[in-house]
Design a protein around this ligand. Sequence first.
Ligand code: PMP
Length: 377
Amino acid sequence: MDTRRTYLDWNATAPLRPEAREAMLCALDRTGNPSSVHREGRVARRLIEDAREQVARLVGAKPAEVIFTSGATEANNAVVRSGWNTVFAAGIEHDSVLAPSGDGGARRAAIQVAANGVVGLSGLDTDFGAHSANASAMCLVTLQAANNETGVLQPVAEIAELARKHGICVHSDATQAIGRVPVSFARLDIDYLTLSSHKIGGPKGAGALIVRDGAPLARWQTGGGQERGRRAGTENVAAIAGFGAAAAAVHAELPEFGRVALLRDRLEHEVLRMSPETQIIGRNAPRLANTSCIAIPGRAAETLVTAFDLAGIAVSAGSACSSGKVAQSHVLVAMGLPANVTRAAIRVSIGPATTEQDIAAFTAAWTDITRAVAKAA
Ligand code: PMP
């Protein structure tokens, strides 16, 4: 990475780990197709099965429950499009969950979100009961483990317990949670879990869907018999090997997150000291140690992000600029926050390799940038 840059956008993608790079380089030199029965094929197959074990171990799943995909988007799409009558989802979910949630005639039922970003459980028992009263109705509840913009953690275990009572299947998108908080597929006792490689220091374009044996799953990519017939197509062996290596490495790194939380707290403390009007979104909710969603009401997030970029610092905005207009973050809108906040929030996300100097670079740039953006507004 360019040493003159300060990279504070780990939720967009984490830097590639040396272990993942090494595993990928080794895999690239293996010629065999993992479906071939000869020795070259068996060597490639071994790489995939080793990675399957590493990924399964990270999330407390059985290797046979792991289906490798091209990433979390594919895994989320596959679950949500599996022939449901009703899909329960909150407005804070990732677009790869929300966009397909009405496909195939499914009805989308909303889960409420409180202003601190945590979904509300009250009323859900009744809603679940109403939609699952017909024994042949296929219902899914999908709830992310941690939000990508705010880092807020969701009560997946509680929702799962409630859903099970009504025979409703449960999916959790754990893309932002894995490697940062313990996630156990077995302990959550859910049907589907989504993972992505590049958020934990593996390569981009790889991920996994963990599926409980017997859970409904429509075939979304057919042809060959790869992934036990559940996802056809010759596997991306190098990317899968890199994902496996990253999963093994991140497992050992969880204790580092105590230090990450201290850095995040220092950054927030400094920002609030310099600009008391700042809002830290989800601050009072349980949240990931690495994520800060920061808004100065009324400032355009895109302008802040560009100014930080020019100052050598990579952060991101939940909102994206479309046709010259600053869009709102759909996550913050779902939390019921006002437009002067939903258009203003920037996300700072860090990781175990983040240093005190990185945080100091951000806070040193903060005053000049926020003053300049205030003047421009
Ligand atoms: N879900 C969440 C919560 C995410 O943060 C992301 C990536 N921004 C995705 C899904 C999509 O992941 P991928 O890039 O692997 O398709």
